[in-house]
Write a protein that binds this ligand. Structure first.
Ligand code: FAD
Length: 310
């Protein structure tokens, strides 16, 4: 029984989510291999080989993998799948884009957003926006799994000494080619990897106010900025800042929610944060039910005062 983890990387380094996924793979009970499909991705493959617990790294190096096109990566995973009982992806935008394609081709059951592993075929995953936890048993020979990274500690990034095997890449997909990417450059930590997140809600009222009020707090704390869906839908914050059921799932050391009511869909994305601070002028706001510290106040005075005090 061997598990294959599909590494998430930028060709030169591994994304942190890969480490959590390795921990989940080790819990399946067998050896763990890691696939690095990338372009000039030797450094990422070497980094994968140093992860504690990894027995082998398979490196498929080709320009067809340079931008992580799901069609090409899925074909590479399928080509390797014969040797694996478990194929695990981080439940990130990239992993969630590739995993179902692999599961469909293999006719395997996909187990999504796994948060705990009880054995080779039994897994826990949240349902109903995290309000219930289902224990599911897989009945298919192969298990294609996406791993909710907040459910697993990261494996140690050093200490391993796996072999790196180079393999011939699959042919490029005829269905899609990479055209261009527009990436937002930011010095801030990435939301899902941040230790501190400050999130703003609809109460901010405009994108100008969102930036004016939330940015100084994030700067002071070295935090990533998040937002509720209402703030995103209203155009106050960028789409990729959304936290929640249909946004990003986060579990930082500290989550500060300003002017966010705490709808279940928002809580689904942040309630596993270690310490939650809520600033809201409505004492009945549901966010206070999950908050460790609650401040009943107007955020337009409370947040600048907090920045001043820091
Ligand atoms: P509101 O609910 O309008 O709350 C604003 C809060 O600000 C209120 O509590 C108010 O008391 C407070 N406030 C107002 N003025 C001030 C002030 N001056 N100072 C302090 N406090 C103030 N939502 C998400 O966030 N993420 C998701 O991923 C998500 N996915 C969804 C998926 C589905 C299928 C559905 C149906 C909904 C989803 N939602 C999601 C939307 C969710 O239901 C809520 O509508 C949304 O979270 C509300 O955002 P909000 O708290 O910013 O706004």
């Amino acid at each position: 029984m061997t598990a294959l983890v599909i590494a998430e990387h930028d060709n030169s380094s591994l994304k942190g989510a890969t480490l959590n996924t390795v921990t989940a793979a080790l819990a399946c009970g067998g050896d763990v291999h890691v696939l690095v499909a990338g372009h000039e991705a030797g450094a990422a493959a070497e980094a994968a080989a140093r992860i504690a617990g990894v027995a082998k790294v398979i490196c498929a190096d080709s320009e067809i993998f340079g931008h992580g096109l799901a069609e090409n990566v899925a074909a590479q995973v399928v080509a390797l799948a014969g040797g694996y009982s478990h194929i695990l992806f981080p439940a990130t935008a990239s992993g969630k884009n590739i995993a179902p394609r692999v599961a469909a081709v293999l006719d395997a059951g996909q187990i999504s957003e796994v948060t705990k592993i009880h054995g080779a075929d039994t897994f826990e995953r949240p349902i109903y926006a995290g309000n219930a936890i289902a224990t599911v048993q897989s009945l298919t020979e192969k298990n294609v799994i996406t791993v909710r990274t907040t459910g697993f500690d990261p494996a140690a990034a050093s200490g391993g000494s796996a072999i790196v095997e180079q393999i011939a890449p699959v042919p490029a997909s005829s269905k899609s080619t990479f055209v261009s990417a527009e990436l937002v450059k930011s010095d801030r930590p990435e939301l899902t990897a941040a230790k501190i997140i400050v999130s703003g809600g609809r109460a901010l009222g405009s994108s100008e106010k969102f930036i004016e009020v939330m940015t100084p707090l994030a700067d002071k704390l070295g935090a990533a900025i998040g937002a509720s869906r209402a703030a995103v839908d209203a155009g106050y914050a960028a789409n990729d800042l959304q936290v929640g059921q249909t946004g990003k799932i986060v579990a930082p050391q500290l989550y500060i929610a300003a002017g966010i009511s705490g709808a279940i869909q928002h809580l689904a994305g942040m309630k596993d944060s270690k310490v939650i601070v809520a600033i809201n002028k409505d004492p009945e706001a549901p966010i206070f039910s999950v908050a460790d510290y609650g401040l009943e106040a107007d955020l337009f005075t409370a947040v600048p005062a907090l920045v001043e005090a820091l």
